[in-house]
Design a protein around this ligand. Structure first.
Ligand code: GCU
Length: 411
């Protein structure tokens, strides 16, 4: 996240992708020839991704929400809607998610008469209160425990240049976020977070229990449950975004939930958009060695035999089709392997084509000086800036430009 990857080994060159597991072929070898076939193939791939990589999450629970609204936040630019999301099937002392939703003040003017706005839903790792410097944002107990310094007060606004919330609002979008520790603090202790509460309800065999990435993705999907009924939110225009480990979770959330209107993984690397095959940066052994909790146990077994993995990151990307997907990468962020992320995007393109959407064309990657408009992008995009491992306004503008195109220019 804050690590700058400058100085690591140079990125691998792009390689041909014909050795990847085919997307448009069922596991029994029969071809996938129509959008109807793709529905079945999509289910097959989804199951394989759960089985071999991320683990099986439980069925979506019913949520119970409590909401508090504060006007005049961010120097008057926003109305803050803080929504506590509890899970009806869990005991009252179980974890809950505190979702912070910043809506442009105009959008909620006069009792929701302002209309509805598209929303960027981001997963954060420092606490909601780090996103903007405003005392109205609750410093949650989880953030105090797992977020940053002391009682959290010193972290107010610490990620302001990262999320650029006021800029996002100025572009006519709402911004929503939850702190990953609400669902799992990433401590490596399987007793932490929400997962132990669902131990008896997971649909897969032993060894395929959901990892932390799947849990965070599940949390994003519960935020979508809470956002969609909000009057000021355009339910069909929720874009999901995350950086690094949060980018992996955002991609997984968007890929496996068709209610999400646009998917924007940022520098998501291995376990995200970068292919496992021919990845000379972070390998399966590296990531499962350092972060075994992120995946199902099955995934680690593919270290040293990646060719046996029946899926790869292009399979995950393909689940997004035909919805819009923008993968953003830092040209100097070598560890996330932008080259192999681009290869995954290209390898997934035939699925968009099968579904009748325009493909990516020959012009990718787009770079920071390239225009993102209806003339230059289709529903699948890979975009790079000259940076290391970071998120900033340049990337957010690229995502919003792309969202403007796909959310009918009403953003
Ligand atoms: C490590 C890890 C990456 C991950 C990153 C992060 O660098 O190897 O896979 O994306 O942490 O989330 O910060």
């Amino acid at each position: 996240m804050s690590r700058d990857a400058d100085g690591l080994a140079p990125p691998s060159r792009c390689r041909p992708t014909d050795e990847l597991p085919p997307l448009l072929e069922f596991r029994d070898g029969s071809p996938v020839e129509s959008p109807a076939d793709w529905r079945d193939r999509r289910e097959e791939l989804r199951r394989s991704l759960r089985h071999y990589v991320y683990g099986y999450a439980p069925e979506p629970p019913e949520i119970e929400t409590t909401t508090e609204r504060t006007a005049g936040v961010c120097d008057g630019a926003a109305t803050l809607v803080e929504t506590e999301i509890a899970f009806a099937d869990l005991p009252t002392d179980a974890p809950s998610i505190t979702l912070a939703v910043f809506l442009p003040s105009e959008a909620v003017a006069e009792g929701d008469a302002g209309g509805s706005v598209p929303v960027l839903l981001g997963l954060n790792w420092r606490g909601n209160h780090a996103a903007v410097d405003d005392p109205a944002v609750t410093i949650t107990d989880t953030a105090r425990e797992y977020g940053g310094r002391g009682d959290g007060a010193a972290d107010r606004g610490a990620a302001a240049d990262y999320w650029c919330v006021e800029h996002v609002l100025g572009r006519g979008y709402g911004f929503a976020t939850y702190h990953l520790a609400d669902v799992d603090p990433d401590s490596g202790d399987p007793a932490d977070g929400v997962r132990p509460y669902y131990d008896d309800e997971l649909p897969g065999p032993p060894g395929t229990e959901w990892g932390v990435l799947a849990a965070w993705a599940w949390g994003l999907q519960r935020c979508v449950d809470a956002l969609r009924p909000m009057e000021a939110v355009r339910a069909e225009a929720i874009a999901v975004l995350g950086h690094s480990r949060c980018g992996k979770a955002a991609l997984l959330a968007g890929a496996t939930d068709e209610r999400i209107g646009l998917v924007a993984p940022h520098q998501s690397g291995t376990g995200g958009m970068a292919l496992d095959r021919d990845n000379d940066q972070e390998g399966i052994g590296d990531i499962t060695g350092t972060f075994p909790q992120w995946f199902a146990d099955t995934y680690a077994a593919f270290d040293g035999q990646v060719d046996r993995l029946p899926v790869d990151s292009h399979s995950l990307a393909a689940l997004v089709a035909p919805r819009p997907l923008i993968d953003t990468a830092g040209a100097r962020d070598h560890w996330t392997n932008p080259g192999r992320a681009l290869d995954a995007v290209r390898a997934a393109e035939p699925v968009w084509e099968l579904l009748g959407a325009e493909g990516i064309g020959d012009d990718l990657p787009l770079y920071e000086d390239d225009e993102i408009s209806g003339e230059t992008v289709g529903p699948l995009c890979h975009y790079r800036r000259e940076t290391g491992h970071t998120l900033n306004q340049g990337y957010l503008d690229a995502v919003l430009d792309f969202a403007d195109v796909h959310f009918d220019g009403t953003g």
